[in-house]
Each structure stands twice: as structure tokens, then as C-alpha cells.
Design a protein around this ligand. Structure first.
Ligand SMILES: [Zn+2]
Ligand SMILES: [Zn+2]
Length: 178
């Protein structure tokens, strides 16, 4: 594929040198494709995490042109079909995430309906600072490692295994159900 060198972003993500090319991305996807210099290949990276972890190299960075060239060589060797296959993979990940969200929403509604808590919707994180890890008080599985969905009523993250949020925390503790 043809390179558009002026649109390239060169920098590091969590200390790993990478190139971001807008022309190989999928609009609205939860993931971005990042070319990782050391791997000489692209990886899918959560878009909100990439935004938070990215540090841009200026054009005076000693490796700036070298990294650009490495990416350029990689892209030039790829056919349009190969790039489309990578984009297709991101779309598939998005479709899987949507299916997961639908499944979690059903469990979450069911969890709230136990004692008639109202459902106010769920939200996906808008930036990486909303992401944290925790343990579900109901089923004790790890919360927050994957989709980081939040309950709009209490602001807690929703357990992806059982749909629990914080809305019923005090009731659950009092009645010693959990
Ligand atoms: Zn749980
Ligand atoms: Zn809640």
C-alpha cells in the first residue's frame, strides 16, 4: 500500500516505540492498529489506552526518520487486501464487544431487579483514567479487566461474570447474602 508520510504519528506507548497511521484505522473502533517497531508488525491496542499511554516523538528524536522508514517498508510490502484483513479483525473485535455488552446488560438488569433498583443504563469508559481493577463482592471474580462497563446509577464498574454493580452493595452486606 502507498504511504502518506505526513500523516504518521511516531512515538512510544508505555515505553514501546510505535507508529500510528490514520489510514489503516477503522473509524469508531474500540481498537487502533499500532505498528510496533521491535516486532516489525502491527498490533491491536485499546484506543482509550493508546490515548493515555502515548508519548509523541518530535521530529528531532534521533530515531524519528528510521521508525518512519521501517513502517513505510512494512506498509509498502502489504497489499490492500492484507490491510483490509487487519481492519476486518478490528471490526470482529468490536462485534464481539457489542455482544458481550448485550450479555452483561441482561445480567445487570436482572441483578438490579432483585429488589427493584431502577436501571439507568450502562456506559463504556471514555478515557483510560476510568479504568481500574477490582474484585466483585458477589462472585469474587476480577472486575474491570476487559470492557470496564459502568453502572450509570451508582458509578461502579459492572462485573462481567454476574452483572453486579454497587447499587445493591449495602443491602447485600446487611442481609449477608454474599
Ligand atoms: Zn460478579
Ligand atoms: Zn449500580
Amino acid at each position: 500500500m502507498l504511504i502518506n508520510p505526513n500523516s504518521l504519528w511516531v512515538g512510544s506507548i508505555n515505553g514501546i516505540h510505535a507508529v500510528f497511521d490514520p489510514q489503516i484505522q477503522v473509524d469508531q473502533s474500540r481498537w487502533v492498529l499500532l505498528y510496533i517497531i521491535n516486532q516489525e508488525n502491527v498490533v491491536a491496542y485499546r484506543r482509550i489506552s493508546a490515548r493515555a499511554d502515548a508519548k509523541k516523538h518530535t521530529s528531532t528524536h534521533p530515531q524519528f526518520e528510521i521508525y518512519k522508514q521501517k513502517y513505510s517498508d512494512w506498509l509498502t510490502a502489504k497489499s490492500v487486501e492484507e490491510i483490509e484483513a487487519l481492519k476486518h479483525d478490528l471490526r470482529r473485535k468490536d462485534a464481539a464487544a457489542l455482544a458481550d455488552i448485550a450479555r452483561i446488560e441482561v445480567m445487570h438488569r436482572k441483578h438490579l431487579s432483585i429488589d427493584d433498583h431502577s436501571y439507568r443504563g450502562i456506559s463504556e469508559p471514555t478515557n483510560a483514567f476510568n479504568i481500574r481493577d477490582s474484585i466483585c463482592f458477589n462472585c469474587h471474580s476480577k472486575v474491570g479487566s476487559h470492557l470496564n462497563l459502568k453502572c450509570n446509577a451508582c458509578g461502579w464498574m459492572i462485573c462481567e461474570k454476574c452483572g453486579t454493580c454497587g447499587c445493591r452493595y449495602h443491602i447485600a452486606k446487611q442481609s449477608d447474602i454474599y
